[in-house]
Design a protein around this ligand. Structure first.
Ligand code: MF3
Ligand code: CO
Ligand code: CO
Length: 266
């Protein structure tokens, strides 16, 4: 199936949903602390989304049982909120997707609970920068392979790995639409990006190998095969003639993530 070009009206609607998701993620950052459970995060996201007159896209999506994905430490993605208590040193990705007025917006970030270990800090900062480098490749006429190549080159040069089994995705009236946006690959390959395409970039970066496993009991939770730490950041973007607009851009720094001073030189 081909990649839809969104109209200005559709882009505005996705911008609204995306800004709601971005604001909900900021509120999660404001409230996160050691001692909280991942179910508490689910409650924050669920209630904040409904308060906006919107719906949390994950709830009942292909049977997903909660309103947000919460992925702690070696969980790569699709972690299901539970009674698990967050403790000092944990890292957690919170992935918020908001459905409003017929359109979805999707964004996630990795947070530090207390003081991260040097390796937790490393994998998280590499992933944060990898998303930025991927976004920097986006422009009318560039190729999807350019995004993957930029991310893979940086992540692997930093001694980490890029998850292969999950990709960014087109987004709009549906949560997941074409194209599949790989976070690895070769420059100059893949379809050309065109102004009006709307998709996510959401690299998952592992401290060890890229191989993953899916929990065979819940069929959702994705872990690193080697149980090394994993981080993820995600934005929803729209391609423009000169580059792109980050539809899920935040209006202020994310507490316990962006506002934590860097402790190493990259
Ligand atoms: N938000 C995830 C993404 O970035 C998808 C989660 S699907 C769910 O694509 F069912 F687990 F919510
Ligand atoms: Co997401
Ligand atoms: Co996504």
């Amino acid at each position: 199936m081909s990649i839809e070009l969104k109209s200005a009206k559709e882009i505005e609607a996705i911008r609204v949903s995306s800004q709601m998701a971005a604001e909900t993620l900021l509120i999660v950052g404001d409230q996160l602390r050691a001692g909280m459970t991942t179910d508490d995060i689910n409650t924050i996201v669920h209630d904040d989304t409904l308060r906006r007159g919107a719906t949390p896209s994950p709830l009942n999506y292909k049977g997903f049982p909660k309103s947000v994905c919460t992925s702690v430490n070696h969980i790569v993605c699709h972690g299901i909120p539970s009674a698990q208590v967050l403790k000092n040193g944990d890292i957690i990705n919170v992935d918020v997707t908001t459905f409003f007025n017929g359109f979805h917006g999707d964004t996630s970030a990795t947070f530090f609970i207390g003081t991260p270990s040097p390796s937790a800090r490393h994998v998280t900062e590499i992933c944060r920068k990898a998303l930025d480098l991927g976004i920097a490749e986006v422009k009318d006429g560039a190729r999807f392979g350019d995004i993957g190549a930029a991310i893979q080159q940086y992540v692997e040069a930093s001694g980490c790995s890029v998850v292969r089994d999950f990709v960014g995705h087109g987004i709009g009236r549906r949560f997941h639409e074409p194209p599949q946006v790989k976070h690895y690959g070769r420059r100059g390959t893949g379809e050309r990006m065109r102004a009006g395409m709307v998709f996510t970039i959401e690299p998952m970066v592992n401290e060890g190998g890229w191989e993953i496993e899916v929990d065979e009991r819940d069929r959702w939770t994705v872990t690193t095969a080697d149980r090394s730490l994993s981080a993820q950041f995600e934005h929803t973007i729209v391609v423009t003639k000169s580059g792109c607009e980050i539809l899920t851009e935040r209006k202020r720094p994310l507490r316990l993530s962006e506002s934590v001073p860097a402790v190493f030189a990259s």
